[in-house]
Design a protein around this ligand. Structure first.
Ligand code: ZN
Length: 452
């Protein structure tokens, strides 16, 4: 009896699931206080800013190739009416991004890693879907509604929408709301993008296959996340969801694109000169990074505190505090007029209310640091205890988005029991650079000296 009952219930559940899955999801833009015209304006301003930082490839064959793919996609009703543009960025990381209102960029690394044109089309369709669904400005709306209601009209009148958003902390910096999306936005962009590419004639299952490939890369390389997955986080069961969406589409003939054409384009990329441009992601893995320690060390000494630091780095005194930033000029990225350190060190003394308690004060310091850098996450490794200059010290490691756009960064935070407070030394490098930086960081830590 019991068994029969269970079976019957199971059948009902399965039937319900099937009827639910057969109906395609209605995907609509979310709440948005911006007008579509403001999306376009913001995108133009952001594109001008970003193109100063990344290396846009000026090659007619590549431009033609991505534009041909892009035009097929934006001819579909899902893309809406935006002035889309498609450009190639010289960058080894597997990524693509789009700005509100249409400016879209495909990294050379993404083209090189694609098995066929349909996979590139899948990623571009995903980006176009973000634009059409206005995810960037919708995210800013949700995060900054009150300030927007107070200020948007004025921003429009005076131009400089991006500048206004930057003042609210919603500009183009690391973890930009405009460039990094929520998981539900990702899932909608996947589905709408898959529909768009299918209507354009591309085999939509190739989108799922490309995501599958990125996920496999992530698993095989351990901690290193393909850039696309870091900016476009997996909403969960991404491959399954796209595959299920594809099953709902009417059967038809699809193309994966021309193989010879893609090989030719890959050859063109292989022959491109490596561009020299400041503060771009490709720089960190192109060798000879100016931000990297050059081998020599020199001595820092001030107010009873001394340590060694890389000789090609400079000391910058922070205006509002006793903190110093030590980095090369190339290690400091400028995002919207704000200086952000991508490769270097920050050293300072945090005041404590009473005698230093290394564990408690470190915890309070790290909490504050995470409040100021919302996307910094602990590495999960236990804090390491050691001694410097005869004092107790702790090492905690964090990960976060790098100010070198599109990369992950490692932040090694050393805290030391100092007679006047909690001495801290934060050592920062893009993840890909970290193995090269670590010996120098170790020397900086080991050389710490202070009067007791
Ligand atoms: Zn996305």
């Amino acid at each position: 009896m019991k068994l029969q009952f269970k079976l019957a219930a199971g059948v009902v559940v399965v039937a319900a699931a099937v009827s639910f899955a057969q109906k395609p999801k209605n995907i609509k833009p979310g709440w948005n206080l911006f007008s579509p015209a403001q999306d376009v304006q913001l995108g133009k301003e952001a594109a001008a800013e970003i193109e100063k930082q990344v290396a846009v490839v000026d090659n007619p064959q590549l431009t033609e190739y991505v534009n041909r793919i892009g035009k097929k996609l934006i001819a579909q009703p899902e893309a809406g009416q935006y002035p889309y543009t498609f450009k190639v960025v010289y960058d080894k990381s597997i990524n693509a991004f789009a700005l509100p209102g249409g400016p879209s960029y495909v990294h050379t690394g993404l083209i090189l890693s694609a098995d066929n044109e349909a996979q590139i089309a899948g990623v571009v369709a995903h980006e176009v879907a973000h634009v059409a669904l206005r995810h960037g400005t919708s995210q800013v709306t949700k995060a900054q509604a009150l300030q927007l209601i107070a200020g948007l009209g004025g921003a429009m009148a005076g131009g400089g929408l991006l500048g206004q958003l930057a003042q609210m902390g919603a500009g183009l910096g690391a973890n930009s709301l405009i460039l990094k999306f929520s998981r539900s936005a990702e899932s909608d962009a996947d589905l709408l993008g898959a529909r768009m590419m299918a209507k354009a004639g591309y085999d939509p299952i190739e989108m799922a296959k490309f995501f599958e490939k990125l996920e496999a890369q992530e698993q095989s390389s351990g901690r290193s996340i393909p850039q696309f997955l870091s900016d476009h986080p997996n909403p969960g069961n991404r491959v399954k969801a796209v595959s299920a969406e594809v099953k709902l589409m009417p059967a038809r003939q699809y193309t994966k694109g021309d193989t010879a054409d893609l090989s030719r384009v890959k050859g063109v990329i292989g022959g491109l000169p490596v561009p020299a441009k400041a503060n771009t992601n490709f720089r960190a893995d192109s060798g000879g990074v100016p931000a990297r320690p050059n081998g020599q060390m020199k001595q820092f000494s001030s107010k009873g505190l001394a340590f060694k630091y890389p000789a090609n780095w400079e000391v910058f005194q922070n205006q509002q505090s006793s903190e110093v930033t030590i980095a090369s000029r190339e290690g400091i990225a400028e995002n919207n007029g704000n200086a952000e350190i991508a490769y270097g060190a920050i050293v300072g003394l945090a005041q404590t209310r009473s005698q230093v308690n290394l564990d408690n004060d470190t915890r309070a310091f790290l909490d504050q640091m995470q409040k100021n850098n919302r996307d910094m996450k602990p590495s999960g490794e236990a804090a390491k205890r050691f001694q410097v200059s005869g004092a107790n010290a702790l090492l905690n490691v964090f990960f976060g988005p790098s100010a070198f756009k599109g990369q992950r960064e490692v932040d090694a935070v050393v805290t030391v029991e100092h007679p006047q407070g909690l001495l801290y030394m934060i050592l920062i490098a893009p993840e890909g650079e970290y193995p090269k930086a670590q010996p120098f960081f170790d020397q900086m830590i080991q050389s710490l000296q202070f009067a007791r």
